[in-house]
Design a protein around this ligand. Structure first.
Ligand SMILES: NC(=O)c1ccc[n+]([C@@H]2O[C@H](COP(=O)([O-])OP(=O)(O)OC[C@H]3O[C@@H](n4cnc5c(N)ncnc54)[C@H](OP(=O)(O)O)[C@@H]3O)[C@@H](O)[C@H]2O)c1
Length: 322
């Protein structure tokens, strides 16, 4: 988030970095200097206009109301507030105007729901969505820095011929693909799959959208892939879909398999846009598309989207002290 703020020249008078007691005394890089990390406490938000939260749901539930009470607008990355009725859940390319209805907290959506809705929205406007099937290929960083480190250590251990250790994730991720690791929920789904379904419906204002998801963790440090099948109300060809997506905000279409052109996490990591490739007709249905999405889950799936919300909030005049 600090990197994104600096890269985008976000207007700031003062920036403070908060974390747990564990990080107190350490520093974090920001805009060519180093910010001392302060331990989060109830007085941390005095004089703060915008509080970007990127901690657990427990921390968000406890401290977001305190920050709002102190006069800040909170943009929260956790899932704590996302489905609350009075909290807008925002992807600026899709539902920017929802920011205006905030009561102090704006929620930043799930890292798969953000790129998915960026792509679904222009198709919905053009031909209507009847049904969406999503399979995700989610990178280690989606579970936080600890799993990125564990993937790295496991990969090194395997390369050195030693036994890889598994402690952060329920299964070894290196040299593997894991269809789990999220809390199980009803009917065989897990927490992540339920988030993608519910959040997509909320962001797109389509409460009855027929959508289902299967979430899978893959041994990639950064960049989530999503394989998506879409049934549409009106017919659309692959060429027409590429044209619609290519002119939509925040999307880059990279789609020429003959030239080996398709987005991969390795190439998309560090980029801001949502990349789409492998667009083709779903031959199993009358009006269907299949496509492949990749986006940087740490940037567009988290930090960048949060900073974009903050930028829009300023432009819309909903930040109290600016
Ligand atoms: N990674 C993604 O792709 C992604 C995408 C969308 C949403 N999210 C959500 O964003 C949130 C953060 O995820 P992350 O991947 O950035 O996790 P992370 O790498 O584990 O970082 C968690 C942060 O929370 C801080 N923290 C922990 N306990 C705290 C406490 N008691 N008081 C104050 N700060 C505390 C940590 O500080 P210390 O270092 O001091 O412990 C650290 O800065 C989560 O809710 C996650 O679900 C993540």
């Amino acid at each position: 988030m600090l990197k994104v703020l600096a890269q985008r020249g976000f207007p700031t008078e003062r920036v403070i970095a908060l974390a747990s007691e564990r990080s107190k005394g350490m520093t974090v890089a920001y805009n060519g200097s180093h910010l001392p990390i302060e331990a989060l406490h109830e007085d941390s938000f005095k004089g703060i206009d915008i509080a970007l939260f990127a901690a657990s749901s427990d921390i968000a539930l406890m401290y977001a109301p305190i920050a709002v009470e102190g006069g800040a607008i909170v943009i929260d990355n956790s899932s704590a507030w996302r489905m609350k009725a009075n909290v807008p859940l925002v992807v600026p390319e899709v539902n920017r105007d929802d920011i205006a209805s905030n009561e102090g907290i704006v929620a930043n959506p799930n890292c798969c729901a953000i790129p998915l809705t960026v792509v679904l929205n222009p198709l919905h406007k053009k031909v209507g969505l009847e049904r969406v099937l999503v399979s995700t290929y989610q990178s280690a960083s989606g579970a936080g820095k600890a799993l990125v480190d564990e993937l790295d250590e496991q990969t090194r251990a395997i390369a050195a011929g030693t036994e890889p250790q598994t402690s952060v994730y329920p299964r070894q991720l290196a040299y593997n693909v894991v269809p789990g690791g999220w809390r199980p929920e009803a009917d065989g789904y897990n927490e992540e799959e339920v988030k993608i379904v519910n959040e997509t419906r909320k962001i797109m204002h389509l409460p009855d959208l027929r959508i289902t998801a299967t979430c899978v963790r893959v041994p990639v440090p950064v960049g989530h892939g999503e394989s998506v099948f879409i049934e549409t109300f009106d017919a659309i060809t692959a060429d027409e879909a590429r044209a619609v997506l290519g002119s939509a905000p925040g999307i880059i279409v990279e789609d020429d398999p003959h030239a080996k052109l398709y987005p991969t996490p390795h190439d998309v990591a560090g980029k801001d846009e949502v990349y789409v490739g492998r667009v083709r007709r779903d031959a199993s249905t009358a009006r269907g598309l299949a496509l492949w999405i990749v986006s940087d889950n740490v940037r567009k799936g988290a930090a960048l989207n949060a900073v974009q919300i903050a930028e829009e909030a300023i432009e819309m005049g909903v930040v109290s002290r600016t």
